[in-house]
Design a protein around this ligand. Structure first.
Ligand code: ADP
Length: 352
């Protein structure tokens, strides 16, 4: 039995022509025609009805369907379109055409959803950005006006005001640097130049760079016991240095006086290394964890600003790690501390 749902135009025409021919043949028999005449009438009716139906279907219905396809595949190259219209479209059943249209509608809905999300994201970003720029600019403006209005001659405040203005200018510079970095990463302008290096050596380098900051809070840096055996990774060394600087700097910024920052490195599965930076700092509540990698997201805006944060450090970290096709995650508990872990591709083994 023919399934009405999956009929192609040819099958539909043949089916209808067959029914008509049978009716015609029965009619012939009823009016007393011979078997030969009945067969001829059957054959002729079938042929005429078949081609008539096929012609009607293709010219009236498929012309409309062709228009629909033209509309939904606007970007298709014209040669391919011609081939499709001539050779593929006539073979499609109405059911298949409707599936194609549904697929197209679904795709469009997703595209629209994406555009809407991006639009909301862009709006939020601009709002955040203007806010981030406004705060230090207004502060500098305030200090300079106050100085010009007479405070410059007051030895008790003039230096402090200038120092505060400089602090805000420094913050602006850091913000511009981070924005520059993030826009380069997002535009795909930055290429990843992989090389083989021992990750613990790079961690020690970054510990050295940040040692003065750590000393100010009496925070101790160390590599976890058992994780000292050198592990070779294959990654962009300078970009991973940036990742480590941002994470280790955060462990100090949000670390407690006399706290600890511990780095650990593991060979995960023979293919990837896991690098973790743990601190004994203020930690974060669980509800913040899924959002800390967003641009300008902070658990405590005032505290981050006070300690010179731009709110872009972790967004940069995530970009760099993902540009390496690797992943990053965070675990944290308020008043206990945080652990940021990211993976890296393992390099060739080294034997010492
Ligand atoms: P910021 O410049 O504000 O430090 P980041 O993108 O580096 O920006 O971090 C985003 C937010 O995540 C911070 O404002 C802070 O609230 C939180 N955070 C990051 N690292 C830590 C950490 N080690 N301990 C506690 N909170 C952290």
């Amino acid at each position: 039995m023919l399934k009405a749902k999956n009929l192609s135009p040819q099958k539909l025409a043949a089916f209808t022509a067959f029914i008509l021919s049978v009716v015609m043949a029965l009619g012939c028999l009823v009016i007393g025609a011979t078997l030969k005449e009945t067969l001829i009438a059957f054959g002729l009716t079938f042929l005429v009805a078949y081609f008539l139906y096929l012609y009607t279907l293709q010219n009236f219905i498929y012309r409309k369907i062709k228009l629909i396809y033209k509309f939904i595949y606007q970007t298709k190259a014209s040669k391919r379109e011609e081939f499709f219209n001539k050779n593929i479209l006539p073979l499609k059943t109405i059911e298949e055409v409707s599936e194609d249209v549904e697929k197209w509608a679904f795709q469009k809905r997703e595209e629209l959803e994406n555009l809407r999300r991006n639009e909301a994201f862009r709006k939020e970003f601009l709002l955040n950005l203007s806010h981030e720029l406004k705060t230090p600019i207004f502060a500098v403006q305030g200090y300079i006006h106050t100085l010009l209005d007479g405070a410059i001659d007051d030895p008790q405040v003039n230096k402090t005001f200038l120092k505060n203005a400089t602090k805000n200018i420094d913050r602006l510079c850091r913000l511009i640097d981070d924005l520059d970095e993030i826009s380069k990463l997002e535009s795909g302008e930055m290429t990843i130049n992989k090389e083989q290096f021992v990750i613990q050596d790079l961690i020690r380098d970054v510990f050295d760079t940040l040692s003065i900051k750590a000393k100010q809070k009496d925070i101790k840096f160390s590599i976890k016991k058992g994780c000292e055996a050198p592990i070779m990774v294959n990654a962009d060394k300078e970009k991973i240095r940036q990742v480590l600087i941002n994470l280790i700097e955060n462990s100090v910024k949000y670390g407690k006086q006399e706290g600890q920052t511990i780095a650990s490195v593991y060979n995960m599965d023979g293919k990837r290394a896991l690098v973790e930076i743990s601190d004994t700092g203020i930690g974060m509540a669980e509800e913040h964890l899924p959002r800390v990698f967003e641009r300008f997201y902070r658990t405590d805006r005032a505290r981050s600003r006070d300690i010179g944060g731009t709110g872009l450090g972790l967004a940069i970290v995530k970009h760099i790690v993902e540009a390496h096709d690797q992943t990053i995650n965070v675990r944290s508990k308020v008043e206990v501390g945080s652990t940021f872990g990211f993976t890296l591709e393992l390099g060739r083994e080294i034997y010492l």
